[in-house]
Write a protein that binds this ligand. Structure first.
Ligand code: PEP
Ligand code: MN
Length: 339
């Protein structure tokens, strides 16, 4: 770290800060200028206590980090992309583009079975469906709970699709993990570190959504909780952030995909459904995701969106989903990835 001292400090005041830097586990190298001194503090910032507390000292003007705050998710120590094995299916790196599709909420046996059949026929390999739903209002449909999980498991058995579903609460982690192939941590829980840690410890792959107002660094640090708890299988899912724009429910941050490709080896999934909140825009955003070399999509699909129990406005029907999957092919090919 770099500690910048205030101008014209007496030498004994400089020495006090230098001594404190050493006490905190760093090797201090003061660089004394005519007016101002800076201290280069050599040491691992991720292991030693942060020198940022020194900003509270009257002698200190500012403290600058040199290293990134995340280690395990960073490309620096792990340049090869992570490839995640989901029931024998490889996702990430140069593996085929992965399409996850299914309803926002599991509603009934007929709904989930017909949807599973349709998304599989269109090219999806993973079935999504919420059994525990994080709803803004307590009066809205909260999900079928374990009944929904059982229906997802039945669809997996019938159609051979892997299943992704959200775990909302720490108390349900074991239950949801006993049915799901991938655990989804939703936007509202993206910094619920107790839940994230418990989910990590199941050893199941985790799809970590971006929080609504989360910076990329915060998101990567949330993922760092999973890796540092011994689970390397994390998908990062961009699902839109809150902005001032009102034409869309959220603003899908496609620049985050490009940033994540530079910063991390973890696979990146795009959720255009929560991302824009409008079925009429989903297909275009999916094409953009493929063109950006994202590793896959999480798309809401419903047999009859107009009658959906949640998020009807953003779910595509079977016909639109099949068209969406077809239209992706040239974009996937353009980045040199198999479909
Ligand atoms: C969802 O996938 O239906 C969902 C609630 O997602 P998010 O956590 O991104 O809002
Ligand atoms: Mn939804």
């Amino acid at each position: 770290m770099i500690v910048v001292l205030r101008p014209n400090l007496p030498a004994e005041e400089v020495d006090k800060v230098v001594a404190e830097v050493a006490k905190m586990g760093y090797q201090p190298h003061p660089i004394r200028g005519a007016i101002q001194t800076v201290i280069a503090a050599i040491g691992d910032e991720r292991v030693n206590p942060s020198l940022e507390t020194l900003t509270a000292w009257p002698q200190v003007e500012t403290v600058l980090r040199v290293q990134k705050r995340y280690k395990l998710v960073s490309k620096e120590g792990h340049p090869q992309p992570t490839v995640i094995n989901v029931n024998g299916q490889q996702i990430g790196g140069g593996q085929p583009f992965c399409i996850m599709g299914g309803p926002c909420s599991v509603e009934s046996e007929e709904q989930i079975m017909t949807t599973a059949r349709a998304v599989k026929a269109a090219g999806a390999t993973i079935l999504r469906g919420g059994a525990f739903k994080p709803r803004t209002s307590p009066y809205e449909f909260q999900g079928l709970g374990e009944t929904g999980l059982k229906l997802l498991a039945a669809a997996r058995k019938e159609f051979g699709l892997a299943v992704i579903t959200e775990v909302l609460a720490e108390k349900d982690v074991e239950l949801v993990a006993s049915y799901a192939d991938i655990l989804q941590i939703g936007a509202r829980n993206a910094q619920n570190f107790a839940l994230i840690t418990a989910a990590a410890k199941t050893g199941k792959p985790i799809l970590l959504k971006r929080g609504m107002s989360m910076r990329v660094e915060e998101w990567l640090l949330a993922a760092e909780y999973i890796l540092s708890n011994g689970n390397p299988n994390v998908f990062l899912c961009e699902r839109g952030i809150r902005t001032f724009e009102t034409y869309t429910r959220n603003t899908l941050d496609l620049s985050a995909v490009a940033i994540l490709k530079q910063e991390t080896h973890l696979p990146v999934i795009i959720d255009p459904s929560q991302g824009c909140g409008r079925a009429d825009l989903v297909i275009e955003l999916c094409k953009a995701a493929a063109a950006l070399n994202a590793d896959g999509l999480l798309v809401e699909v419903h047999p009859n969106p107009a009658e959906a129990w949640s998020d009807g406005q953003q779910q595509v029907d079977f016909k639109a989903f099949a068209q969406l999957c077809r239209s992706l092919k040239p974009f996937i090919a353009a980045v040199g990835r198999p479909s």
